[in-house]
Design a binder for this molecule. Sequence first.
Ligand code: PAF
Length: 291
Amino acid sequence: MLLNFCYSMNIFHFKKDLQESINALKSKKCTIGLVPTMGALHQGHLSLTKKGLDQTDFVVVSIFVNPTQFDNPKDLQKYPRTLESDMDLLQTLSHDKIIVYAPSVEDLYGNDVSSTHFDYDGLEHEMEGRFRTGHFDGVGTIVKRLFEIVNPDNAYFGEKDFQQLMIIKKLVEKYHIPVKVIGCSIHREKDGLAMSSRNVRLSPERRESAPFIYKTLVEAKTRFKTQSGAKITKWIAQQFSKHDLLELEYFIIADIKTLKTVKRKSGKKQYRGFIAVYADQIRLIDNIALN
Ligand code: PAF
């Protein structure tokens, strides 16, 4: 809906103030989109926000490095925190339709910084769930909390974290949360590297080699037309074993609904190739639709 009043870009650090502002907007029948982020924003986040601006009256962008979803304390400590430049980037989209929520750990967790355990019907046991203990409990805890605080009409998540997107959809279904979860396609650098907040931590040498990840995914897609999942998986492992700067953690071809590794391809199912790679200490993930 069109609004007949103006609202300058706002940043809130306390959920109480944010909710007051959202309630005022809702009383005027405005619709609200939510883009949950951990900051260090890039064009991928901006595209989610832009979609939100196209589909809802106001978009809340939350910027919060959520401690409970990190299984590696060093990764949490080194996660980039760039609130000022994040605000600058968001201003390029809109001055008056974006509301930033940048809370402290205390505002979201009080003095109990722990996660709830969730059952996502098995989606949590695959890939990221297998390699990052407790990760999806942390994600579920924070996203559910953000949904409760913001009560958005729509929420936007990137397909780079495809498993996360599926898990959020499951969370919403299981808890009957009245929000439409919208997945948005992966944004890539010109050389194919999937955009990620972690990319800024790559050394120039590793940054230069990182597009190899997408290159192998594209080749896997071509091979998928004629080869079995097992054969492609083996081929990917061979490619990375020859690479000096990138270390493969996993490559899996999975059914997009169950996220279970493909045993025998079916023409009726949709598959994606999912990959996680270490570039020194920096973990990069990516995925590609195969059919
Ligand atoms: O994708 C992310 O950045 C995070 O996992 C999310 C959804 C903001 C929860 O902390």
